[in-house]
Ligand binder design. Structure first.
Ligand code: ZN
Length: 228
């Protein structure tokens, strides 16, 4: 392996059977492209059932955007193998170590997106990284959904409910906050009493019983009184 290929194989965090096989640097286009390949004859675990050592059935060319290389956009290209599993009979694309399935970005790039989104509006994050708003929202949707799915609300006893304007104008969202832990539990558009019902549903999905809520701090709007 050429020295710079070995360097970037290590820098990208790749290990056998994956390695960098070519690097194309275009100063004018401000981008660097890495070809990543797997050693010929490699076998992979079946992504469906986990059976080890399945032979490669065919490959599909894919591209992922990775963290910038200095000021240059960086892309990883690879022919990703599909295995035809001898155990379960399914033909599936194997998972690559640098990205989650379905995503066009590396996990490190997605981690940067999430970190930036904690400090900046989505549009600014997209502009800063030179990508569209939509992919930023898709990344947020995925990780926020995955993180929320793990939330446990079973200890919630006191909630505060209020609305706030989501933009300048008349778009209101209702927010539900755990008062003791100062944790945002749920938020949705609108102000009517059905929102409280959706919150109760969300509580149930996170291991809590709405009947276990002992205190609710609300303003005197009829919708909230009726909903609670
Ligand atoms: Zn299988």
């Amino acid at each position: 392996m050429a020295q710079e290929h070995a360097l970037f194989t290590a820098a990208l965090g790749l290990s056998a059977p994956w390695e960098v096989s070519d690097i194309r640097f275009d100063a004018e286009a401000k981008r660097i492209d890495f070809d990543v390949t797997f050693a010929s004859g490699s076998r992979f675990a079946c992504p469906a059932c986990g059976a080890e050592g399945q032979p490669v059935h065919d490959t599909r060319e894919r591209t992922w955007q990775h963290l910038h290389f200095f000021e240059h956009q960086a892309y990883i290209h690879a022919a990703v193998p599909r295995v035809h599993c001898q155990a379960c009979g399914k033909t599936k694309q194997v998972e690559v170590p640098w990205a989650r399935p379905e995503s066009g970005f590396s996990e490190l790039f997605e981690a940067l997106v999430i970190t930036l989104c904690q400090q900046m509006p989505v549009r600014q994050v997209a502009a800063y990284l030179g990508i569209g708003d939509d992919p930023v929202w898709r990344i947020l949707d995925h990780y926020v959904g995955a993180a929320r799915a793990q939330e446990d609300f079973s200890g919630v006893r006191a909630v505060g409910i209020d609305e706030t304007a989501s933009r300048r104008g008349q778009n209101y969202i209702t927010v539900f906050q755990e008062l003791e832990e100062r944790r945002l539990l749920f938020a949705c558009e609108g102000q009517d009493q059905a929102r409280v019902g959706r919150f109760a549903e969300d509580l149930r999905e996170h291991g809590a019983r709405p009947e276990a809520i002992e205190a609710a701090c609300i303003d005197m709007s009829k919708a909230y009184i009726a909903g609670v």
